[in-house]
Design a binder for this molecule. Sequence first.
Ligand SMILES: Cc1cc2nc3c(=O)[nH]c(=O)nc-3n(C[C@H](O)[C@H](O)[C@H](O)COP(=O)(O)O)c2cc1C
Length: 392
Amino acid sequence: MNPIYRSVLNRDVKFAEPGEFAPVKIGRMSIWPPVVLAPMAGVTNYPFRSICKEFGAGLYVSEMINARPLVDGRDKTLKLADFGPGELPRSLQLYGTDPYYVAEAVKRLINEGRIDHLDMNFGCPVPKVTRRGGGAAIPLKPNLLRNIVRAAVRNAQTVPVTIKFRMGINLEFLTFITAGRVAEEEGCAAVGLHARTAAQLYHGHASWDAIAELKQAVKIPVLGNGDIWEAEDALRMMRQTRCDGVIVGRGCLGRPWLFRDLADVFNGSEPSDPPHFGEVLEIMFRHAQRLADWFGERLAMHSFRRHSSWYTKGFRMSAEIRAALMRVETVSQLLNLFCDVDRSQPFPLSAMRVVRGKATGTQKVSLPAGYLDNLDDDTPLPGSGEDAGDGG
Ligand SMILES: Cc1cc2nc3c(=O)[nH]c(=O)nc-3n(C[C@H](O)[C@H](O)[C@H](O)COP(=O)(O)O)c2cc1C
């Protein structure tokens, strides 16, 4: 690797020694390297998963699917819940707040033979969700959490179920240890912890110490999540926390080759240099074309605009091209914009550890009135299952 990249990348980290790490076992699945693509609403659809998968092995989770519209058989939800030809394992993240709808949704997924792994989301910090007692508010009520998880595990038959959550609502209401124990007692195959509270959103640094604490508290595999920007970070997280695997979110936005680097470091070798601009553009065009084939060009190219800004971050390009990227309607318009750019540009150092995907800032978490008065309550709140479109 070019020393100039090594200088920014913590490359003093030792790559894995033979036998130092093992595949992470999730039910019958054995995942090597122990790396999971984080579910990301609006991002981790089949086209993006297929691009990531070309770079390395691991587990690639779908974007979040709402239980209620899945049960109702809404076309848009069923399309989002679809997997590509030959995609294996088929890993789907489900969001639900009512054990009844979760049970019905899981029955449908299982009866139709749609999935090989089910993940459940209990970490969504979005105000419109927590305000109704959904998302990250659920683990505050362990009995409700238990009933939802039980509904999923019982109906999933032999398909392994994992749950993903945050540390808690805020530093005063930390729920991750209880959530881990509920998962273990209800027969989950693993748990994933995004080591921030809902109040922290994506701000500051993830508290990897919480991952270590959870690992001590449960016997099922723990997947650590938060702030893996480069492959070396995954090794550091695993060594520091003893977690069994890592979940990678924003670090791969516009940089799907991160999965190649992860495979390299876990297999004991140094990752290659990041691609130059010409290679990045080829990956970006491939991604855009697959999205257009999957969702139809218009819808795809609208949703692709933010991917374009992630792929091109830090590269030299005129302000006109950057502005035009935000207006692109077709794949050929996208291709034409890059006719005259300098494709030989090396990957910019300035783009290497840059936060993508979510802005900084914290929040005071909104909860329904009186929500904290009876934390033993297990009644699902009406309307809490809707509108969780923004994920994690
Ligand atoms: C655009 C975006 C969408 C997300 N959607 C979901 C989601 O649907 N379900 C979920 O559990 N987490 C979701 N998350 C959270 C990620 O899965 C992950 O927990 C978080 O980004 C922290 O990991 P990172 O530091 O590697 O990015 C989302 C994050 C982003 C940036």
